[in-house]
Write a protein that binds this ligand. Structure first.
Ligand SMILES: [Zn+2]
Length: 347
């Protein structure tokens, strides 16, 4: 574990796996600024004004500023990150980033505020939204390729408080997930046990189950040429023509057959619904896609927590964090995510 008070360079590769490790890694503001410096200048400080390199001055009054020893101009360590011009301590931001990226069920704003002890509520709300900004943007690269992909749709949502149950509140979601196989299975036993796990994931809210809709989703989410397994729904009939090795499994509403033929996508849908209900007590249809993207972000980076941590803080990437105005545009001041208490699968 590197000493946080060294200032300047330090090892940044190992990501803390426990809260205790995290606390040891970022015990104070100095540790956080040293981390930002190490990420930005892995080979040592270079002034972006005059290109001078060497040991910069560190003004005592401005802990997040480095001053060039040659031209004396300042560089803010938080420039280009979501912590730019923040009055909240960096340590709180780091804790926040750790919480939103490592906790499998994401966080509601109130819970977030309580855990970090941030006041007022609006500050916590704004922080959480800034941290989630990187997560709610959809991943752009296509999944599949060498890994086969399972695709299916499901209904998410259900009844709104005060109203009866109704399909009219349910939102249709299509999902695609890679079925990966771990290398441990290269044994020469008679019965070769398949050691499979879920690879990358994509979710999208869709208006209907028409072939055009479903095929457009697959074309955008899955590499052409990939092996794609779906149920027997005619909406997927166009996949072969789009260049996919399409296998349609006839299920006809039989749950056991679904579990056997599309086990991975069945599992991720099930986990998604648990998350939506458990953490957010349901999500309104208009915000659902953002929550799906957040889920996918965390899921796809679950083996790369350091990448996720840096991404949400905007470290190393030019993220435009939303302003306070943006956050509240069209959104209630204290968003209570009511509605949606039921979930159902497509038959
Ligand atoms: Zn300079």
């Amino acid at each position: 574990m590197p000493d946080s008070r060294e200032g300047g360079r330090r090892s940044v590769t190992a990501f803390p796996r426990t809260l205790l490790e995290f606390q040891r890694l970022f015990p104070d503001e100095g540790a956080c600024t040293a981390y930002l410096e190490a990420i930005r200048w892995p080979g040592g400080y270079v002034c972006h004004h005059c290109n001078w390199s060497g040991e910069p001055w560190r003004p005592k009054r401005h802990a997040t500023v480095l001053r060039c020893a040659a031209c004396r101009r300042d560089t803010a360590l938080t420039a280009g990150t979501i912590m730019r011009r923040t009055r909240t301590p960096l340590q709180v931001w780091f804790w926040g980033a750790y919480l939103v990226t490592t906790q499998t069920p994401g966080m509601a704003a109130l819970q977030f505020q309580r855990q970090l002890g941030v006041k007022p509520y609006e500050t916590a709300f704004q922080m959480l939204h800034k941290l989630r900004a990187a997560m709610v943007r959809p991943d752009r690269d296509r999944i599949g390729g060498r890994w086969p992909v399972e695709v299916d749709e499901t209904y998410v949502g259900g009844k709104t408080r005060g109203e009866g149950r109704g399909v009219h509140h349910k939102t249709l979601v299509v999902g695609a997930v890679e079925v990966r196989e771990s290398s441990e299975s290269h044994t020469r036993t008679k019965v070769r046990r398949r050691n499979v796990y879920a690879g990358r994931l994509r979710f999208q809210v869709i208006p209907d189950r028409q072939g055009e809709t479903l095929c457009a989703f697959v074309a955008a989410a899955v590499d052409p040429g990939s092996a794609v397994t779906t149920d027997g729904w005619v909406g997927y009939d166009g996949l072969a023509a789009l260049g996919y090795c399409h296998e349609a499994v006839i299920i006809a509403g039989d749950q056991e057959v679904t579990d056997e033929s599309l086990p991975m996508v069945y599992l991720v849908f099930s986990n998604l619904k648990t998350w939506l209900l458990g953490t957010h007590h349901g999500v309104s249809p208009q915000h659902l896609q953002a929550y799906l993207n957040e889920y996918v972000f965390r899921f796809n980076r679950r083996f790369y927590p350091m990448t996720a941590f840096n991404s949400v803080l905007g470290i190393g990437v030019g993220i435009e964090a939303p302003t306070y105005k943006d956050l509240y545009r069209g959104e209630k001041r204290h968003p209570k995510l009511t509605g949606v208490a039921e979930v159902a699968s497509t038959g």
